[in-house]
Write a protein that binds this ligand. Structure first.
Ligand code: 13P
Length: 255
C-alpha cells in the first residue's frame, strides 16, 4: 500500500510573511487528510519560518534544491547538512527549471540525489521531456536516460525514500496539462525503466507524481489514473483553496 504524495513547489514565491500566511490558511483546510502525504517545497529563505509554521500540522517540509558537496566554495548553493539541520524531509532535485536555466544535468542530478540520501533527506527526482523532444518522438528515450542516470549507484534499499516526479516541460506553467491517459501512459514508461533497474516489485512500490498545470479542476481525473501516485504542483500550490482541493483528490488509499 502506498500513499499518494502531493507536493507544492512554491518556486521563487513568498516572503516570510507570505509563508506564514499561506501555511496558516492551508493548515485547517488540509487537516485530517492523512491518507496522503502533503509536502511544501519552499524557498531556502522560508525554510525556517515554514518549519515553525507547520508544527502540529500534517504538512511536511521540503526544499527546492541541494548541492552534492559537503561544504565549501560553492557560492549560492545549499548543502544537505544545512537542510537536514532545518528538519527538511524532502528535497526537489533536477527540476526542469534547474535543468533549463541553471545547467543542471543528468550527472549533477545523480550526485545531488546521492548526497541528499546520505543526509537522510528524501529526494523528489524531477524528469520530463521538452515539447521538441516530444514532437520528435523522443519522449521514451529521454525519460529512460533521465531515470537511468539519476539512479546510478543508488541501492534498492534507498528506493522507499525516493519519489519520482514526471513533469512534461511543455505542461509546466502553460495551462496545458497532459491528458490523464497520456500522463498515465508516460508514467508507465518511467516505471518500466525503474523495473529494468530494480525489478517489478520495487518499481511498483515507488511513488511517481505527475506535475504540469495540475489544478483543482483536473486533479481528480489525474489522481484516478493507476500509475499516478501524486502531484507536484506549482502555480496552484500558491492558493490555499486550490491546493487543498488537490490534496482532497489525492486523499485516498492507493492499490
Ligand atoms: P505548474 O503547476 O505551475 O505548471 O508547475 C509545475 C511544476 O513545475 C511543479 O514543480
Amino acid at each position: 500500500m502506498k500513499k499518494n504524495i502531493i507536493a507544492g513547489n512554491w518556486k521563487m514565491n513568498n516572503t516570510q510573511k507570505g509563508t506564514k500566511e499561506l501555511i496558516a490558511q492551508l493548515a485547517p483546510l488540509v487537516a485530517g487528510k492523512d491518507d496522503c502525504e502533503i509536502v511544501l517545497c519552499v524557498p531556502f529563505t522560508s525554510l525556517n519560518t515554514a518549519r515553525k509554521a507547520m508544527r502540529g500540522t500534517n504538512m511536511k517540509l521540503g526544499a527546492q534544491n541541494v548541492h552534492w558537496a559537503d561544504k565549501g566554495a560553492f557560492t549560492g548553493e545549499v548543502s544537505a547538512e544545512m537542510l537536514a539541520e532545518l528538519k527538511c524531509e524532502y528535497v526537489l532535485v533536477g527540476h526542469s527549471e534547474r535543468r533549463q536555466y541553471f545547467n543542471e544535468t543528468n550527472d549533477t542530478v545523480n550526485k545531488r540525489v546521492k548526497k541528499a540520501l546520505e543526509f537522510k533527506l528524501k529526494p523528489i527526482i524531477c524528469i520530463g521531456e521538452t515539447l521538441e523532444e516530444r514532437e520528435k518522438g523522443k519522449t521514451a528515450s529521454v525519460l529512460e536516460k533521465q531515470v537511468t542516470s539519476a539512479f546510478v549507484g543508488i541501492e534498492k534499499s534507498s528506493l522507499k525514500r525516493i519519489v519520482v516526479a514526471y513533469e512534461p516541460v511543455w505542461a509546466i506553467g502553460t495551462g496545458k496539462t497532459a491528458t490523464p491517459e497520456d500522463a498515465n501512459d508516460t508514467i508507465w514508461i518511467v516505471r518500466k525503466a525503474l523495473r529494468k533497474l530494480y525489478g517489478r516489485t520495487s518499481a511498483s512500490a515507488m511513488r511517481i507524481q505527475y506535475g504540469g498545470s495540475m489544478n483543482a479542476g483536473n486533479a481528480n481525473e489525474l489522481m484516478a489514473m493507476a500509475e499516478i501516485d501524486g502531484g507536484l504542483i506549482g502555480g496552484a500550490s500558491l492558493k490555499a483553496e486550490d491546493f487543498a482541493k488537490i490534496v482532497e483528490s489525492a486523499n485516498k488509499v492507493n492499490e
